[in-house]
Design a protein around this ligand. Sequence first.
Ligand code: MG
Length: 228
Amino acid sequence: MRVVLFDIDGTLLRSGVGKRAMERAMLATAGTVGEPGHRYDGKTDRQIVREALTWGGLDDAAIDAHLPLIEARYVEALHDELGKAHGMRLLPGVEALLDAVEARADMMMGLLTGNIAAGARAKLAAVGIDAGRFRVGAFGSDHELRHELPAIAQARAREMLAREVRGEAMVIVGDTPSDISCGRGVGARAVAVATGHFSVGELAAHGPAAVFADFTDTAAVVTALATV
Ligand SMILES: [Mg+2]
């Protein structure tokens, strides 16, 4: 059994509204959105907030105190921004790939994302994907550091399958160097896709087991997921 864990932003879908929603929440709660040009990709939501508010002069205790309200306001702002329906779209080949992975008896389809769980559900719903199709998940609401998420997904997959899930049987699919490196601690494989802000060459330099320009060649991607 392979446990295939998909990142969301830049991997399954492209969303500018996530950043706008997060900026609205941080501004309303803490009065800052952080450094101009602050990059979000590859990071967890809480990591993004901590970086932005640290740049704005807040200390960790103040940031921790603000986090619950920022997350609540973020989910509210995200639903509002998604309701305006600008810019959120599935990336090429994703629909067919998810169907193919889901249909494999030897694969368990899951999520491994920096999004808090409520944000992940909202973004997926906005592009017509039922988050319930992913049988296991680890989210930015489970831990602030992405490299802690694979072990959480592994524990949940073990519980779900009621059997051992080796790290080598896990494949993490994502669009950033952080997706590629986060599973090394548990021995997971990484398959990268250059539909985010990083090119095939930039991703390849971080040593994924495979890298694709996009997911349009379903058969090739599924073969990689089954064999890396
Ligand atoms: Mg991503």
